[in-house]
Every structure is written in structure tokens, then in C-alpha cells.
Write a protein that binds this ligand. Structure first.
Ligand code: UDX
Ligand code: ADP
Length: 463
């Protein structure tokens, strides 16, 4: 079967860039990305490519090439589903905030709504592709909803998890380490898998496309993220030991990373991992393990999260202690709010938790981030429900110039590894700060020698 029309439900960090690249590489396929969020769709259709709703290096060029040629963004969800041979589900699956599995299980309400919507409007056979990260066996849920509609339409369900990392999404999509496609091992299932393989073959070498059964594919996505997060928690677990012994975590990371069995990537010590996937996926894994009664397995993976929470708290405690055990009324400048560089995404960013803990100690936080809006920062903080929105507004202020953010501050905390921070005039920053002037480098990106020569009291995690 040849796919000619694709619909993707959900125009977010995953759906948007993924469909843009699929459309760019398959000009013969019409790709429509739909979302219920009107302002998001408007932004995707904005003439000025700087106004796209998500920031990713290189994305503007891909969108510019394909948009209104064979790539369309629309709020007409039903029409796009009906017209499509293949429907990608790329909606958000946040951690449940209520009921059974609260704080752990994935909230599948958006997925179920999508499945019901597909069932309702479909008049022809379709291949349904799970793109969002889903707990194992979600395909079963989707299948059961689709197959019980009673209108005799055939649906094949595939799992095609996205491995792109934000900030490098376009590169990751153009040159993926692998594409993973899971499907049923029946004649129809194998045909559906092949239809999706053909789409990727437009630019991905055949040997990088892996096909598996549905459950292996779903579980691989969860565990890939759990393994990556575990590496960050493992190196972070060494930072405190380095600090007390006089070892330097960068030197340790370099030394162990040279062992080809360990490898050099993902060993950057930090104030803690963030992002929409790691915490959610591990909590999910823990929840699944628990629900099968596998207590030891659940505890093992949960420790990755416990370590991460500890690392964020350790960072804020270090700031308080160093500033003579009181930060009440002091101004602390934050450089960075996004969960990593080159994205405007702030989900689960360490900055949110560190800010919250410092505000508890009555500090005033003044944030500069090159891509995150002031409103987003307030929303993130309000979401924690620690105090009234008015209090948050008074305690968390924002600046769109880094030097203004640092003026009169007692300390600077680096929360995101944006490259531009390295190139600031640090002498100028020192001159406009309160003395003694402190820098807490939660990403270990600044040159400690230069800063110390200027006169800063410099602290980098793990050194
Ligand atoms: C992750 C996975 O990498 C990707 O494959 C998956 O599909 C989605 O989840 P993402 O969350 O976009 O991608 O970013 P990633 O680069 O994995 O970073 C996650 C967090 O870990 C960030 O906060 C990052 O700063 C932190 N991190 C990463 C470290 O602290 N140290 C490292 O060495 C690497
Ligand atoms: P991700 O990082 O997984 O892409 P996002 O939150 O960035 O997550 O994007 C998910 C998008 O899916 C949101 O823009 C949301 O409005 C959209 N969405 C959720 N449910 C539906 C639905 N039933 N129909 C259409 N769009 C939906």
C-alpha cells in the first residue's frame, strides 16, 4: 500500500518537526498537522518564521521549503483525519495529576480522545501510528476503541516512537541513529509496517530502520529514556563525592568515557535533568513494574528520579549556605530557564524547582533566558502551587537583557547551558554586582580560571 495523505494529530515539539521533515523528504505525500490549539496553529502558519511556536535550530528552513507545498497546519481535525490513509497520534501524555496512579502513570485521556475521534470520523481504512511516548500496551487500548466502532473499517496500529532530542530535533530527524517501527505480525500488520518503512526510506538508510512487534517498540522507547536519564543521575551522583574528595567530575567523566564500553556521551554533570520525557517515562516504568508486583525493579528505576530531585535541592541549598545562610531580600540572577540549550521548552526544567526553593527562602529571582517568555516562567512557577500567583510575580522577575538581570545581584546561577553565556563580558558583570560576587555554575560551562581572576567566588557542580 502506498500512502498519499498523512494527518498528524498534535502540533507540538514532536509532531511539528517530525511532520515537517517527513513532508520535506516526501513531496508527493500531503501532510496535514492538526491541533485543537488555535493559536499554536496560527503560529505554525505565521509568515515570519521567527514566530513558529517552537524554537529548534534549522526548523525554519524545513518549514519554509515544505509549508503550503505539501505541508499544512490546520485546526480542522475531523476533515484531516477523514482524508488520511495514515494518522499519526502525537498528543501529549503528561503524568496523571489525579486518581489512580496520580504522580506516576501516564494520563492517556488525550490518546483515548484521539482514538474515539478517529473512530467517529473515519470512512475508509487507515494506519494509525503512535508517535507520543506511551506506556506499554497502549496500542491495545487504541485498538479496542477503534475495533469496536462497528462500522467495518480496518485499522492497523503501529508504534513508531520518536527519539529526537529537543534542541537538535532537525538533525536527529534528518540523520536518526535508528527508526523504530513496531506492528502486528500478521499479513496486514506487516503491510502497514512496510508502508511506513517506505516513507522513511526517502532519506533513512534501510539498515537504520528496525521493525519489531508492537510491545517491544513501546517498551524500547520507555527504556531508552530510562537508560539515558540513569546515566545523567549516575554522573550527578558522583558530583558530591568529587566535591568532598577534591576530584573533578569533568576529569572523571573524560576518563571513564574513553572506555568504549561506557562511551563519552551523556556524562555531563548538571543541576539535574529536565524535559518532557525522562521523568515521565521513568515514573511510567516504575508504575508498570509496580503494577506487575515487581517491587525491586520499580525501586531500582525510581532511584534515578530520587537522585535527580536531590541534585536540584543540593544546588539551591549550596547557594543558601554560601550566601551566609540567608538570602532573604537578596537578588539572585538566573541565566537560563529552558531545560537545555537551543529550545524554548521549559517542561520539568531544573530552573523551576531551584527558583521555587530559593523563593521559599525569600530571595528575589531575576531571570534572563534568550528564548523563554516571561509569561511561560510565571506559568511554570504557578504550576507548583507553592504560593499565590501574586507572590510569584513579586519574587520572580524577568529581564530581556542579561546585564540588567545581573545588575546589583548577590549571586548568579547558571541553569541552562546556552552558548552565549560563555561570551559575555564577565568583567562588566562583576563590576555591576554586589560584592562579594558569586557564580553558581549548574552546568559547568564557564571558565573557572577567568572568573576567579576577575574576582568572582566561583562554584561549579562536581568541582
Ligand atoms: C530525550 C531523549 O534524549 C530523546 O531521545 C527522547 O526521544 C526524548 O527525551 P530531550 O528531553 O529533548 O530528549 O533532551 P536530552 O538531550 O535527552 O536531555 C534531557 C535532560 O538531561 C536535559 O535537561 C539535559 O540538560 C540533561 N542532561 C543531558 C544532562 O544533565 N547531562 C547530560 O550529559 C545530558
Ligand atoms: P510533545 O512534546 O509530545 O509534542 P506537546 O504538548 O508539545 O507535546 O504537543 C501536543 C499537542 O497535542 C498540543 O499542542 C495539544 O494541543 C495537542 N492535542 C492534544 N489533544 C488533542 C486532540 N484530541 N486533538 C488535537 N490536538 C490535540
Amino acid at each position: 500500500m502506498k500512502v498519499t495523505t498523512i494527518c498528524c494529530i498534535g502540533a507540538g515539539y514532536v509532531g511539528g518537526p517530525t511532520m515537517a521533515v517527513i513532508a520535506q523528504k516526501n513531496p508527493q505525500i500531503k501532510v496535514t498537522v492538526v491541533d485543537v490549539n488555535e493559536s499554536r496553529i496560527e503560529a505554525w502558519n505565521h509568515e515570519d518564521l521567527d514566530q513558529l511556536p517552537i524554537y529548534e535550530p534549522g526548523l525554519d528552513a524545513v518549514v519554509a521549503e515544505a509549508r503550503n507545498r505539501n505541508l499544512f497546519f490546520s485546526t480542522e481535525v475531523d476533515a484531516a483525519i477523514e482524508a488520511a490513509d495514515m494518522v499519526f497520534i502525537s498528543v501529549n501524555t503528561p503524568t496523571k495529576t489525579y486518581g489512580k496512579g496520580k504522580g506516576m502513570a501516564a494520563d492517556l485521556k488525550y490518546i483515548e480522545l484521539c482514538a474515539r475521534q478517529i473512530a467517529k470520523v473515519s470512512t475508509s481504512d487507515k494506519i494509525i501510528v503512535e508517535k507520543s511516548t506511551l506506556p506499554v500496551k497502549t496500542a491495545q487500548t487504541i485498538k479496542s476503541i477503534l475495533h469496536n466502532t462497528g462500522n467495518g473499517i480496518n485499522f492497523q496500529i503501529l508504534s513508531n516512537p520518536e527519539f529526537l532530542a529537543e534542541g537538535t530535533a532537525v538533525q536527529d530527524l534528518l540523520m536518526p541513529d535508528r527508526v523504530l517501527i513496531g506492528g502486528e505480525q500478521t499479513k496486514e500488520g506487516v503491510e502497514a509496517i512496510q508502508a511506513l518503512v517506505d516513507i522513511y526510506l526517502s532519506w533513512v538508510p534501510n539498515e537504520n530502520i528496525i521493525t519489531t512487534n508492537l510491545w517491544s517498540s513501546e517498551l524500547s522507547k520507555l527504556t531508552a529514556n530510562a537508560f539515558l536519564a540513569q546515566r545523567v543521575s549516575s554522573i550527578n551522583a558522583l558530583t558530591e563525592l568529587c566535591e568532598v574528595t577534591g576530584a573533578d567530575v569533568n576529569e572523571v567523566a573524560n576518563a571513564i568515557g574513553k572506555d568504549s564500553r561506557i562511551g563519552p556521551k551523556f556524562l555531563k554533570a548538571s543541576v539535574g535533568f529536565g524535559g518532557s520525557c525522562f521523568q515521565k517515562d521513568i515514573l511510567n516504568l516504575v508504575y508498570i513494574a509496580k503494577s506487575y508486583g515487581l517491587k525491586e525493579v520499580a525501586d531500582y528505576w525510581e532511584q534515578v528520579i530520587i537522585m535527580n530531585d536531590y541534585q536540584k535541592r543540593r544546588f539551591s541549598t549550596k547557594i543558601v549556605k554560601t550566601l551566609y545562610n540567608t538570602i532573604s531580600g537578596k537578588k539572585i540572577a538566573f541565566l537560563g530557564w529552558a531545560f537545555k540549550k537551543d529550545t524554548n521548552d521549559t517542561r520539568e526544567s531544573a530552573a523551576i524547582y531551584v527558583a521555587d526553593q530559593l523563593i521559599e527562602e525569600q530571595a528575589t529571582i531575576c531571570v534572563y533566558d534568550p528564548k523563554v517568555t516571561a509569561q511561560q516562567m510565571q506559568n511554570d512557577l504557578n504550576y507548583l502551587n507553592s504560593r499565590t500567583e501574586e507572590d510569584n510575580q513579586n519574587q520572580l522577575i524577568t529581564e530581556d537583557n542579561p546585564y540588567n538581570a545581573c545588575k546589583d545581584a548577590h549571586a548568579i546561577a547558571i541553569l541552562t547551558e546556552w552558548d552565549e553565556f560563555k561570551f559575555y563580558d564577565w568583567q562588566k558583570i562583576y563590576d555591576i554586582m554586589q560584592k562579594p560576587a558569586f557564580v553558581f555554575d549548574g552546568r559547568g560551562i564557564l571558565n573557572s580560571e577567568t572568573l576567579k581572576t576577575i574576582g568572582f567566588q566561583y562554584y561549579a557542580i562536581g568541582r
